[in-house]
Design a binder for this molecule. Structure first.
Ligand code: BDP
Length: 680
């Protein structure tokens, strides 16, 4: 097919055994209490019909019959009988228990709320769609993170900022789209992997999008209703200057009473229309966006004003920490962009209201193929924080190259911050356990658009799926998630299964090897960020440099001789990055400026490492195409073509990367390749 069904194809289990195995479950018992529960029951019956080819009946009870029982603890007697009170007691908000009873041949899914039932249904369908065993089911699942959010960077003109999969499914021609089916299908995809929140417009809010809060509120209300059916809360990105742009006020100063009143009224109207509205997402004082700085106020002043406005309704303000001086002077090495988020926000710890959450990008700069973990994460014990990832592959091949990002996110989540002691990983900060903050979780920039297969590159669907699964449970491995996604999307036939698995699992390493070396970052074309550009940002005011000259390359961010960035980490990490002896190779040029002849821990010199990885990376990119071509017979033509076209482009483009980067460093260093390969 065209990929539209993504991982929810519920492919008919072709083997007779499986068909037989699942046939007894074509009876569902549920007393539908609300619309989310209705969604769960519909999903389950449609899924079962697709998988088994049998008609499914839905009734209020099962009686003696085999089947599937859905219910909310305390509200369904059947569920309370089927699932022991101790088990039920361990199920928390949005969680579920799922269990098979051999005596009655019934599968029971019990939850504390209807969202939990929906997640339980998707769990069961994941197993059945992959032909798994249901008779051993006996588990409790609770989401590790309470907020599992998606950020759309969609604009009302229909474009998507950093969108690589067509245009917006939410807007066109400066209107909210009426293609509700598509939006509902998206909600379903998101819910199926555990997402429970969405901000539906770009963090860069232009004048027209500001009006989502006012003139377009009736349309937003419709969208909220669609997402509500899937237990997903809707949020809006807001424009800090709205009191001026929409309200005609002379200022947006957060201390000004009329400004505060304007926001209170705006919030009241939104909540009147959408009582379960999530809240506001804010990019302020960043990349030319308005914010409290204009009025001599700080981010706490700015965020708290909005937080007060949504507080009476249980709303939150998600305030982004992507704040830096985008007009800095490249000669001024004391203004290191990597330092900015920490320098701006750390001093404000304790000043934010408890319904403000700071949203922090995973790295200190900007979603590069390799960055250290942002030192701000965990560094504000008295402030709610959440982590921001980018599913959209802005700097990782723009969904024209394959790059499975889950392994990268896993490294970030497992990173030990040492903020309390050894064993204080990012995932425990983000889930709220380390500092005991009430609000926390994951956000990520979506990678979907109007393309039939949602993500442009079919294999990029794995990133959306993987993000949701990881937000639900960061303990899942990148390997497990990849396998799950492949099974659901392509089935488990060999050698196709293993081939796709290998492509995904190697893809990040391959992409990194032919692009920017050793953590230096940003050797991309300005503006659109696709493809190599050796000095595109080197002398621009955006603060993202490699400082390559004839002697060496890399940014000295040490405290001893550089920008002092390393001091933002807890001591163990500071020491590790500060010293050449312990700084990991893959981040060397992020932290140090070294001569080309510097020896890495791998034993290679920096320059030889650059040559070797670039030659190998481009070659491996070519092999991806070759292995895919061998899978032709096993795939349907559309799926085959979609991926083959992209891999072809990747193979060609990887050569361009190789040649541009190698030539640049060859000319800079004057050191030839040890292996005598031709450098163009
Ligand atoms: C950068 C993008 C830019 C976004 C910005 C952000 O290039 O388009 O607006 O991040 O996160 O990665 O606000």
């Amino acid at each position: 097919g065209d990929g539209y069904e993504a991982w929810l194809q519920y492919r008919r289990t072709d083997q007779g055994t499986k068909l037989k195995q699942y046939a007894p479950y074509c009876h569902i018992a549920a007393v539908i209490q609300d619309e989310v529960m209705r969604t769960a029951v519909n999903e389950l019956s449609q899924g079962l019909e697709a998988i088994t080819g049998h008609l499914v009946d839905v009734a209020e009870t099962l009686g003696e019959s085999s089947g599937i029982l859905l219910g909310i603890f305390g509200a369904s007697q059947a569920i309370d009988e089927a699932i022991h009170a101790d088990v039920a007691g361990s199920v928390r908000t949005e969680g579920y228990a799922i269990q098979f009873d051999g005596r009655t041949e019934q599968i029971a899914i019990g939850a504390a709320d209807s969202a939990g039932l929906l997640y339980g249904v998707f769990h069961l369908l994941r197993i059945m769609a992959a032909g798994g065993d249901v008779k051993s089911l006996n588990r409790v699942e609770n989401p590790v993170n309470s907020l599992r959010m998606i950020n759309q960077w969609d604009n009302m003109d229909g474009s998507v900022e950093r969108g690589y999969a067509g245009s917006s499914i939410f807007y066109h021609d400066n209107r909210v789209a009426k293609e509700y089916q598509r939006i509902q299908d998206y909600a379903r995809l998101l819910a199926s992997c555990g997402i429970n929140a969405i901000a539906i417009n770009n963090v860069n809010v232009h004048r027209v999008e500001s009006r989502l809060l006012t003139d377009f509120l009736p349309d937003v209300t419709k969208l909220a209703a669609i997402f509500r059916q899937y237990a997903i809360k809707l949020y809006l990105s807001i424009n800090y200057a709205s009191p001026m742009e929409l309200g005609g006020l002379a200022t947006a100063d957060p201390q000004n009473p009329s400004v505060r009143e304007w926001w209170r009224e705006a919030a009241a109207k939104v909540y009147e229309a959408i009582p379960d509205f999530g809240g506001f997402l804010v990019k302020a004082d960043s990349e030319h966006r308005p914010g409290p700085f204009t009025y001599g106020r700080d981010h706490a002043d700015g965020a708290n004003m909005l937080a007060e406005a949504v507080k009476p309704y249980g709303g939150v303000v998600i305030w982004r920490c992507f704040v830096y001086n985008c007009k800095q002077d490249w000669r001024d090495r004391s203004t290191d962009r990597a330092r900015a988020a920490y320098d701006h926000f750390r001093p404000l710890d304790g000043r934010f209201l408890d319904n403000v959450i700071l949203q922090i990008k995973n790295g200190p700069i900007d979603f590069q193929v390799r960055e250290p973990v942002s030192p701000l994460i965990g560094a504000m014990p008295h402030t709610n924080q959440m982590i921001e990832f980018q599913i959209a592959q802005e700097y990782t091949g723009q969904q024209r190259h394959v790059c499975y990002l889950v392994p990268q996110w896993k490294e970030v989540l497992d990173f030990d911050t040492y903020l309390q002691e050894e064993g204080t990983p990012v995932k425990r900060i983000v889930d709220g356990t380390v500092h005991g903050n009430p609000c926390n979780g994951f956000a990520a920039v979506s990678n979907i658009g109007s393309d039939a297969n949602w993500t442009g590159h079919l294999l990029a669907q794995a990133n959306l799926f993987g993000y949701g699964r990881l937000a639900w449970n960061p303990e899942l491995s990148a390997e497990e998630i990849a396998k799950e996604w492949i099974r659901l999307t392509f089935g488990s036939r060999e050698p196709l299964f293993q081939t796709i698995y290998d492509i995904l699992m190697n893809s990040w390493e391959i992409y990194e090897s032919y692009t920017t070396p050793l953590g230096v970052g940003f050797m991309v074309n300005p503006d659109h960020h696709y493809g190599p550009n050796v000095e595109g940002y080197e002398y621009s005011p955006w603060g993202t440099y490699h400082y390559a000259d004839n002697h060496g390359v890399g940014v000295d961010r040490t405290t001893a001789t550089g920008t002092g960035y390393t001091s933002q980490y807890a001591d163990a990490n500071k020491q590790r990055y500060e010293s050449l002896a312990t700084c990991p190779d893959e981040l060397l040029l992020f932290f140090h400026h070294v001569p080309y002849t510097h020896k890495l821990h791998s034993g290679k010199t920096v320059i030889q490492h650059i040559y070797d990885t670039h030659f190998e990376g481009a070659e491996r990119a070519g092999q991806l195409l070759a292995v895919w071509e061998r899978m032709r017979e096993q795939l349907d033509e559309q799926a085959y073509r979609q991926v083959a076209d992209r891999l072809e482009e990747q193979a060609e483009h990887a050569k361009e990367w190789r040649d541009r980067i190698n030539t640049y460093f060859y000319r800079r260093s004057g050191i030839p390749d040890e292996q005598g390969r031709t450098i163009y």
